[in-house]
Design a protein around this ligand. Structure first.
Ligand SMILES: C[S@@+](CC[C@H](N)C(=O)[O-])C[C@H]1O[C@@H](n2cnc3c(N)ncnc32)[C@H](O)[C@@H]1O
Length: 419
C-alpha cells in the first residue's frame, strides 16, 4: 500500500476527495501517525493501516474536521421548530437523524428545540452519527467549553446546562434523547432498519464531497426518510442537487428540502411553508414606519367615503402572515400589493409577494418580484437566496452562483458582526 492508496482509502470510506482535504494535509497527518505508532516508512505505515482497524480509525479521526457549535446558523432550528409543531405523528415518536453529528452540539441543539416545542423525551428520538470515534466520545460525555457557544443567544445554555469548573454539562434529560453511533455515511447498509426519519440534518459534510459522492449520500438519506420528511443541509451545500430526489422548500437560506413530489405538487396549498418563510422575514426585520392606508379600498369605490387608516409596515407584514397561515393565498397577494402601493420602496413587500407567488408555482413572476426586492434593498438576503434557487432550477448556473455569492457575503458579514 502506498501514500496514494491512503488517499484512495480516505476518498472511498470517508468520501473526502484529495482536493478538499489537501494532499499536503494528509501527508502531515500520515507523518504524525507514523511518529505516534513508531513506523519508520510510509510503506510500512500504509501496511499497518491496511491490517489494523484501530489505526485506520485513528487516521480517520485525524482527517476529520470536527468544527461545530450549538445552534450553528440558527435558521435551521427555527425551521425545525415550525415544522414539528405542524406534524401529526399520532402515537409514534418523532424520528430524527443528525449526520455528521461531530461532538454532539447539533443533535443536542435539536433535542433542545424539540423540548421547547413541547415534545417530552419519550415523544422523540435522535440518532446522531459520525465517522470519528474521538468526537463521539466527547458527544457522549456532554461536557463543553466556551468554544461550543457562539453568538449572543445563550438563553438555552442557562436552561439546559450546569456550569461547573469552567465547563458546561448538558442536562441528563436532553442527553438521554440522543443515541450516538460511529459510522461513515458511506458504509454499506448505513443506518439500515433505523428509519424512517422525519427530520434529517446533514450539514457541513457534503461540502467536502465531489458531486458523485454527494449524490450517493443524498440517495442514501432519501431512502432513510419518511414520505414527508424534512431534510436540512448546510448553507453552502445546496448548490447543485441530484435530479429528482429532493425539492427545495424555498425558505430563506434554501437549506430545507422535502422529498421530490411532496412540496412542488402541493406548493400552491402549502401555506405552512410560506408562513414559516414569512415568519422568518418578519422576525428578522420588522419595519414599523406608519403609512396612510387607503389602498385597501377598491379603485371603483368612492375613496372619500372611507376614512384613511394608519397602518404600519409591520402590521401589514403580520396581516400577510396571518392570511398565509390560514391558506388565504390570494388575499395574501392582495395584501402584499396594498403594502407595495402604500410603501412603493418596501423591499420586504416585494419579497413577501415573491414567496406567495412561489406557492402558486408562478416562478417567473416570483423571480421578477424578488429582483425588485433586491433592487430596492441590495442586502435583502432572502430574496437573493430565492433568486439563486430559481436560477438553478432554470439551469442559469452562473447567475445562481452570483446570487448565492452575494447572499453568502451578507451572511458572513452578519455573522462577523454578531461575533
Ligand atoms: C464540520 S463537522 C459538522 C458537524 C455538524 N453537522 C455541524 O454542521 O456543525 C464535520 C464532521 O463530519 C464527520 N465526517 C467526515 N466524513 C464523514 C463520513 N463519511 N461519515 C460520517 N461522518 C463524517 C467528521 O468526523 C466531522 O465530525
Amino acid at each position: 500500500m502506498s501514500f496514494e492508496a491512503i488517499l484512495h482509502l480516505i476518498k472511498n470510506e470517508m468520501g473526502l476527495s484529495p482536493e478538499t482535504v489537501g494532499v499536503e494535509t494528509v501527508k502531515r497527518i500520515v507523518e504524525r501517525r507514523m511518529q505516534a505508532v513508531g513506523e519508520k516508512s510510509v510503506a510500512s505505515y500504509c501496511r499497518l493501516v491496511e491490517c489494523s482497524a484501530d489505526e485506520k480509525q485513528a487516521l480517520f479521526n485525524e482527517v476529520s474536521v470536527p468544527e461545530t457549535w450549538f445552534f450553528r446558523d440558527h435558521e435551521p432550528f427555527k425551521v425545525l421548530s415550525a415544522y414539528v409543531k405542524k406534524l401529526d405523528l399520532g402515537e409514534r415518536p418523532l424520528n430524527v437523524l443528525s449526520i455528521p453529528c461531530s461532538s454532539g452540539e447539533e443533535p443536542y441543539s435539536i433535542a433542545m428545540v424539540l423540548n421547547d416545542a413541547g415534545f417530552n423525551k419519550d415523544q422523540f428520538r435522535i440518532d446522531a452519527v459520525d465517522i470519528s470515534t474521538e468526537v463521539i466520545k466527547k458527544a457522549r460525555k456532554g461536557v463543553y467549553g466556551n468554544n461550543s457557544f457562539r453568538g449572543k443567544d445563550i438563553v438555552y445554555r442557562k436552561k439546559y446546562f450546569e456550569h461547573h469548573d469552567g465547563k458546561y454539562i448538558i442536562s441528563d434529560d436532553i442527553k438521554s434523547t440522543v443515541k450516538f453511533h460511529n459510522s461513515s455515511v458511506l458504509a454499506d447498509g448505513f443506518m439500515r432498519g433505523k428509519g424512517p426519519y422525519d427530520v434529517v440534518f446533514c450539514r457541513n459534510l457534503l461540502i467536502y464531497f465531489d458531486y458523485e459522492t454527494k449524490c450517493k449520500v443524498l440517495s442514501t438519506l432519501h431512502g432513510l426518510m419518511s414520505k414527508k420528511a424534512l431534510l436540512i443541509l448546510g448553507h453552502a451545500e445546496t448548490g447543485r442537487m441530484p435530479e429528482g430526489l429532493f425539492e427545495s422548500l424555498h425558505l430563506p437560506g434554501s437549506f430545507a428540502y422535502h422529498k421530490a413530489g411532496i412540496s412542488v405538487s402541493k406548493r400552491s396549498k402549502s401555506a405552512s411553508v410560506i408562513a414559516s418563510a414569512i415568519s422568518f422575514s418578519s422576525s428578522a426585520k420588522k419595519p414599523s414606519k406608519p403609512v396612510v392606508a387607503t389602498v385597501a379600498v377598491k379603485k371603483t369605490q368612492a375613496v372619500e367615503a372611507v376614512a384613511p387608516t394608519v397602518k404600519s409596515e409591520a402590521e401589514w407584514i403580520d396581516s400577510i402572515q396571518s392570511l398565509a397561515d390560514k391558506g388565504q393565498l390570494k388575499e395574501a397577494i392582495t395584501e402584499c400589493d396594498s403594502l407595495i402601493e402604500a410603501v412603493p420602496d418596501s423591499a420586504q413587500g416585494y419579497y413577501l409577494k415573491g414567496v406567495v407567488l412561489l406557492a402558486f408555482d408562478a416562478d417567473v413572476d416570483a423571480t421578477a418580484t424578488f429582483k425588485k426586492a433586491v433592487y430596492l434593498d441590495p442586502n435583502n438576503y432572502q430574496s437573493l437566496i430565492h433568486l439563486a434557487v430559481l436560477s438553478e432550477e432554470l439551469g442559469e448556473l452562473r447567475a445562481a452562483e452570483n446570487y448565492r455569492a452575494r447572499a453568502e457575503r451578507l451572511r458572513k458579514n452578519a455573522q462577523d458582526s454578531v461575533g
